[in-house]
Design a binder for this molecule. Structure first.
Ligand SMILES: [Zn+2]
Length: 294
């Protein structure tokens, strides 16, 4: 039931006191697995972080506004970096994409072990005007959903009930990924806050629900919500050959030519989408102009 394009559905529930978002990020996670060669647990850790970042991006005002999320824990997978913009274009990476960990006792992927239970979650929000907003909170469990809940509470003073999940087969197929967010609006009643906390308890296995019902099915079956705003979420990196060329230029002619001498090419690697931009002798000569020193 999951869709070919990742989507976020948003609506109000509980008498208009709670903002509900249901995200299907199956396609986004599948693209991350293919681009980065992610192990199942790395896919779960990065996929959950991308899903939460997509939710944060959905609140950005301008399409050019940007968010940078970093989950820096002490786990085996290393640092996770995700960025996105107001158009819901996201990209990201995890430091150790092939990390392998034994399953937890309950048979689930050990995302907490991959991310680490100590460390920080940092969000930088750049609205393109003035100084970017920077919020940081301590990781609680490394399971991502709880960590983002803590972030919303401590850094943005917005209690937010969050469920996140990524289903991955051992051979790297993602049959379902996504999340549910329940955020009481400012001034919401105590009952609304309790409703959000209780409702989120039904989504301990949200990835399986996405696989079975899709985001629309969750909205209908669990919240009787027929109408919701819907937007596409797309994996799109900001890198380009032009940006890579600028990196070669900033390296300086001498260093670029030294690299050419060693390997015959200068490679600029984009970690976010795992793309190599290759510059050979004639490309480097063209960039720096003139005849070159050799
Ligand atoms: Zn890239």
């Amino acid at each position: 039931m999951q869709e070919n394009v990742s989507k976020i559905y948003k609506t109000l529930v509980c008498g208009g006191e709670i903002s509900l978002a249901v995200l299907d990020t199956t396609a986004l996670v599948q693209e991350c697995i293919l681009r980065h060669g992610l192990s199942p647990v790395a896919a779960a850790a990065l996929g959950r972080t991308m899903t939460a970042t997509a939710y944060l991006c959905s609140w950005l005002k301008g399409k050019e506004s940007r968010l940078y999320v970093t989950v820096a824990g002490n786990g085996k997978g290393g640092k996770i970096s995700v960025s996105g913009d107001g158009a819901l274009h996201l990209c990201g990476n995890i430091a150790v994409p092939g990390v392998e960990l034994p399953l937890r006792a309950d048979g689930k992927l050990d995302v907490g072990g991959c991310v680490g239970r100590e460390g920080t979650l940092t969000v930088v929000r750049d609205d393109g005007e003035g100084v970017p907003f920077v919020g940081t909170s301590a990781l609680l469990s490394g399971e991502i959903a709880e960590d983002f809940s803590a972030y919303f509470l401590t850094s943005e003073q917005r209690p937010t009930a969050i469920a996140l999940g990524v289903l991955v087969t051992p051979d790297g197929v993602c049959p379902g990924a996504g999340g549910v967010f329940l955020q009481p609006l400012p001034g919401a009643s105590e009952e609304a806050v309790c409703y959000a906390e209780n409702a989120i308890g039904k989504f301990s296995n949200v990835s399986a629900l996405i696989a079975r019902l899709g985001a629309k099915g969750i909205l209908k079956e669990y919240f009787s919500a027929e109408d919701a705003d819907v937007r596409d979420i797309v994996f799109r990196c900001r890198c380009s050959r032009e940006r890579a060329a600028a990196a070669v230029l900033s390296m300086g002619r001498e260093d670029a030519e030294a690299l050419l001498g060693e390997t015959g090419e200068v490679v600029v690697h984009c970690h976010d989408c795992n793309t190599d931009y290759i510059f050979r002798k004639k490309d480097v000569a063209a960039l720096f102009g003139g005849e070159g020193s050799k």
